[in-house]
Write a protein that binds this ligand. Structure first.
Ligand SMILES: [Zn+2]
Length: 465
């Protein structure tokens, strides 16, 4: 996570930086950079494991001593002191160890002390990994103390190669408004991102906008997270950005009537206003379906190959590519829909999804649409805040699908396979998702407290939507 300032940052051009924003880009590293990326990810795992092993050994030693003490009926604390799990202690300890200054440091064959390959990598890889280890341990200890809600967190897992997503983080060592140095994270030109020790790394995709935002002081990068998923390296630039322009935030041409948004099974979502007018439909499903079909074919092709063969390798990389395609298509569609909705509506009504229940859902089509809808509401919430749009959350048990938008009657016998809603009382026949969207648009909060007004966003914008 990026560090959060307590007072808003002011850029060198006088912009107040108050939005937390993340831009994600795919990278096209050269052969040397690819090796360095893998080394950095390895160094992160190495550093995390180093801290976890030290802490685990310390905890084990202390609990063994405690057992001896209690067996001999003595009171008192174990003689092994407990370790500090603070971020700065971890950073200092690891730096001393890696530079050969601590007693436990490695002694190399040539007599030098410390980690021999430490200078090849940006030093920040080690520091950020130390911070991550400290945070993981803090979650574990908070959970053990009962100071953390949610599912209990166990002792952090050791990072095994091939079992975790290769990733690492670098902080931007330039303060907002200062001239960039060799330690800065910045674009050297619109298609190259400069990272310490890496030089310019080629970036895919439209970077013009973020490049311009950085240049004009409207975006300050805190950190870059690099991760390799299905063979491709991506970078996520997290930082603070200036508010959108006033004209963007308070548009006058927005739809005045509340707009309800229902998740569609066939399309991503269906929106309609309280007067029953379909607002906007987000198709794009054809694209997603095609991508899914190709994914399935690639999966079957993999199953037909012989284990260990060249053909299997090829089939596996094709499958990875298809997975990436599906994920990218879905992400693109969700960004498109959320942007269109906050651009055009002044009040949006969403259904409050039961996230825990969603995970238990075994119907694939439904769970995919649930997942996309969860992401869609997340994006709508943060984009709405940027654009000054009001978002209302209809309570979880509001029967948006089962209510007739014509007469208000409720049918309890509607199952998921019924694609259209027909009412026995007033004779209305309407598309099921459209009916639900209209009902959502008309939803009235019973108590003011159920209205979610501009909930603050979690970490924000993905890709370049
Ligand atoms: Zn009716």
């Amino acid at each position: 996570m990026a560090q959060r300032p307590t007072t808003p940052l002011i850029s060198h051009t006088g912009q107040v930086l108050s939005r937390t924003v993340t831009f994600q880009f795919a990278l096209d590293p050269n052969a040397q950079q690819r090796i360095l990326l893998a080394k950095c990810a390895g160094a992160r795992r190495f550093t995390l494991n180093h801290h976890l092993a030290r802490v685990k050994a310390n905890l084990d030693a202390r609990s063994a001593e405690r057992e001896v003490l209690s067996a001999s009926d003595e009171s008192g604390e174990p003689s092994t002191p407990s370790l500090s799990w603070a971020e700065f202690s971890f950073i200092n300890e690891f730096n001393a160890w890696k530079n050969g200054a601590s007693e436990e440091a490695l002694v190399n064959e040539d007599g030098t002390r410390g980690l021999a390959w430490r200078h090849e990598l940006p030093g920040d890889v080690f520091e950020c990994a130390s911070v991550d280890a400290a945070r993981a341990l803090e979650n574990f200890s908070a959970s053990r103390r009962g100071a953390r809600s949610g599912t209990p967190v166990g002792f952090p897992r050791f990072q095994a190669k091939g079992k975790v997503t290769p990733s690492f983080r670098l902080r931007n060592r330039t303060t907002s408004g200062r001239a960039p140095s060799s330690q800065s994270i910045r674009f050297s030109d619109p298609s190259h991102l400069r990272l310490p020790k890496f030089g310019p790394v080629k970036v895919f995709g439209p970077t013009r906008k973020v490049h311009r935002m950085i240049e004009s002081g409207r975006f300050h990068v805190y950190s870059a997270t690099l991760a390799q998923r299905t063979g491709r390296w991506t970078v996520s630039l997290t930082g603070v950005a200036a508010q959108l322009h006033q004209a963007e935030r308070s548009r006058t041409n927005r739809h005045a009537v509340p707009v309800g948004v229902d998740r569609g099974i066939i399309s991503l979502c269906v929106a309609a206003d309280a007067n029953g007018v379909p607002f906007e439909s987000f198709e794009g499903v054809k694209l997603l379906k095609q991508a899914h079909a190709k994914l399935k074919a690639a999966d079957q092709a993999l199953a037909r190959t012989t284990p260990g063969s060249k053909g299997r390798q090829r089939a596996r990389s094709r499958l990875a590519k298809r997975h990436r395609k599906v994920a990218n298509t879905r992400r693109h569609l969700v960004h498109q829909a959320s942007k269109a909705l906050v651009d055009r509506a002044q009040v949006l009504v969403l259904e409050d999804l039961n996230v825990a229940g969603m995970a238990r859902n075994r119907h694939l089509a439904r769970s995919i649409s649930d997942a996309a809808m969860g992401e869609l509401s997340r994006q709508i919430l943060y984009k709405a805040r940027w654009h000054g749009v009001e978002v209302r959350m209809a309570e979880r048990f509001f029967p948006s699908s089962k209510t007739c938008s014509g007469c208000g009657g409720v049918r309890n016998d509607l199952d998921l396979s019924t694609r259209s809603y027909s009412c026995g009382t007033c004779g209305l026949t309407v598309d099921r998702d459209l009916n639900a969207a209209i009902n959502l648009a008309r939803w009235q909060p019973h108590e003011p407290s159920t209205v979610t007004l501009l909930r603050p966003p979690r970490v924000a914008l993905r890709s370049t939507a």
